[in-house]
Design a protein around this ligand. Structure first.
Ligand SMILES: NC(=O)c1ccc[n+]([C@@H]2O[C@H](COP(=O)([O-])OP(=O)(O)OC[C@H]3O[C@@H](n4cnc5c(N)ncnc54)[C@H](O)[C@@H]3O)[C@@H](O)[C@H]2O)c1
Length: 508
């Protein structure tokens, strides 16, 4: 009978005292758990101990814990100098170098040292947990336990069940996580596990928009960060922060591991930028240039002073029209004709359609049509889109009008779904497909993405807040425009949208 993780005597062995091992040790001693820390390289475990002590003492200095609690937490951390020292532990968390052969060999060795009911967990970020367990006599006790860096700040851990992992193992890992103040999310052993799988759409769709010349890197980032989508950083800022040498490799690897699933297809220019060494902050240049580690973004262009005489707003998307009318009615004459009058600039508010298609569908002249993204409201940064033949003077007039209350406007080229619609639809669609494949529950998908990636909402929550039917419309529009299976809606999404139920509705 395995020891209950709530027990005061519960003891964890951590192998590898690097970035991750020491972070895990820190939260575990804080949770009242005894730790035995081992590292294969001389001095590394000692340095890990010093680091954890420093962090715990700092926490006491800040008043987060008492001095007595700090002393007790540090006393729980013991350094050991051989693997044999792990003989009595209840759980081993391995955080050594990311190499399948090394991890397999280590786990096979551990099996001969620890008790039969000791759990063996790996903090691998990309290797198959099932493959690591394959070298063990009892693969049932092996699981993935994927923490994020920095461990004390990103309070989520993926509990990954390999094909042969026993249920009690994951239950115990959940309890240990909660004792350490972390939120466990359950996931099956699948490429990218949960967080790195669910986060793909943010990058791949951002890259696709840039590749097609719809908007610049900084315009895409501005819309996703400052607009109502509310991401902390845009995809290009994020890639520059992680480093394209890391995120580019992950992108390619996940695409390949899913047998070239088009939803995860990267773009060719990332490979070229990697070859050129444009990694981001660490190399001084990526999608942006960095001076003294400070991002140099292009200066925003001032909004034009021009205004149109009147605007005609397409009624095809009634909510879109209503929000634009509410915004503009006191600032400009709204042309209420069934068809636009001769003096009016035409505004369309499409979902998943480009400005060209919206103009043609409405039977209005593309030369005097612009499109505005109203999906997430108009309070934050606004996106204005042209057809290839829109008169630049008319575009500037609507730009001036939209910016006349001081809210910034991003002007982009024609795109089915602008920027935010496309990126959010991609994230929701991938989240729904994860639910459909039973890799994780909607609740865990949301939690993992909010806590692990700091998105303002999880994928399923995003879909429900926008409305499943709207997300479906956007994806269908993208699919019609590109004839690319990348945009095929997940059946999880399309069924729930057509049934009029929320995306967190489980399978009955
Ligand atoms: N750094 C991250 O952002 C991050 C995030 C999530 C998961 N991970 C995963 O966590 C694991 C550790 O990553 P890290 O960033 O902490 O690495 P790191 O290089 O900072 O630390 C690894 C430590 O393991 C020790 N080590 C290496 N081989 C060993 C062996 N055979 N036996 C004992 N000790 C050994 C090294 O001396 C080193 O101290 C990897 O599997 C990595 O993929 C890393």
């Amino acid at each position: 009978m395995a020891v209950d993780p709530a027990s005061p005597d519960y003891c964890i062995g951590i192998i590898g005292a690097g970035t991750m091992g020491r972070g895990i040790a820190q939260i575990a001693v804080g949770g009242g758990i005894k730790i035995k820390l081992y590292d294969g390289f001389e001095g590394a475990a000692r340095s890990g101990h010093e680091f954890v002590s420093r962090m715990v003492n700092r926490s006491a200095e800040k008043g987060n814990i008492t001095q007595e609690e700090a002393v007790a937490a540090i006393a729980r951390l013991e350094i050991i100098d051989s693997l044999e020292g792990l003989a009595g532990v209840n759980l081993v968390i391995e955080a050594v170098i990311e190499d399948l052969d090394i991890k397999k060999e280590l786990f096979a060795k551990l099996e001969k040292i620890v008790a039969p009911d000791c759990i063996l967990a790996s903090n691998t970020s990309s290797l198959s947990v099932t493959a690591i367990a394959a070298g063990c006599e009892n693969p049932g006790r092996v699981a993935g336990y994927h923490f994020f860096n920095p461990v004390p700040l990103l309070k989520v851990v993926e509990v990954i069940a390999g094909v042969l992992t026993d249920g009690w193992v994951c239950d115990a890992l959940d309890k240990v996580a909660r004792r350490c103040g972390h939120e466990p999310v359950r996931t099956q052993d699948s490429p990218g596990f949960l967080v790195n799988h669910a986060g793909r759409g943010f990058y791949t769709e951002g890259l696709r928009i840039a590749q097609e010349g719809i908007a610049s890197f900084s315009d895409i980032d501005d819309v996703l960060r400052d607009g109502a989508a509310g991401f902390r950083m845009g995809p290009f800022e994020l890639m520059d922060t992680t480093g394209l040498d890391v995120s580019g490799v992950v992108m390619e690897s996940i695409y390949q591991q899913f047998y070239e699933e088009p939803r995860f297809r990267p773009v060719a220019f990332t490979r070229q930028r990697m070859a050129a060494g444009l990694f981001g902050r660490k190399s001084g240049r990526g999608y942006y240039v960095y001076e003294d580690n400070r991002k140099i973004a292009p200066d925003p262009k001032p909004a034009p002073d021009a205004r149109p005489d009147s605007v005609w707003i397409d009624p095809a998307v009634p909510d879109g029209r209503a929000s634009l009318v509410a915004l503009l009615k006191d600032r400009i004459e709204i042309d209420d004709g069934a068809k636009p009058g001769a003096r009016s600039v035409c505004i369309v508010t499409p979902l998943g359609k480009d400005a060209t298609t919206a103009a043609l569908d409405a039977g209005i002249e593309a030369e005097r049509t612009v499109a505005v993204d109203t999906l997430l409201g108009l309070d934050k940064r606004r996106t204005l889109m042209t057809t290839p033949v829109t008169d630049p003077d008319l575009r500037d007039q609507v730009h001036g009008l939209l910016a006349s209350d001081g809210v910034p406007v991003t002007v982009i080229h024609d795109s089915p779904g602008f920027i935010a619609q496309r990126v959010i639809a991609a994230i929701v669609n991938i989240g729904c497909e994860i639910a459909q494949q039973g890799i994780a529950t909607p609740d865990d998908i949301n939690k993992a993405v909010r806590l692990g990636l700091n998105y303002p909402k999880g994928p399923i929550e995003f879909g429900d807040s926008v409305g499943p039917a709207r997300i479906l419309t956007i994806l269908q529009g993208l699919h019609d425009a590109y004839l690319d299976p990348r945009y095929r809606p997940s059946v999880w999404l399309s069924r729930r949208a057509r049934l009029g139920v929320t995306l967190d509705t489980p399978e009955g």
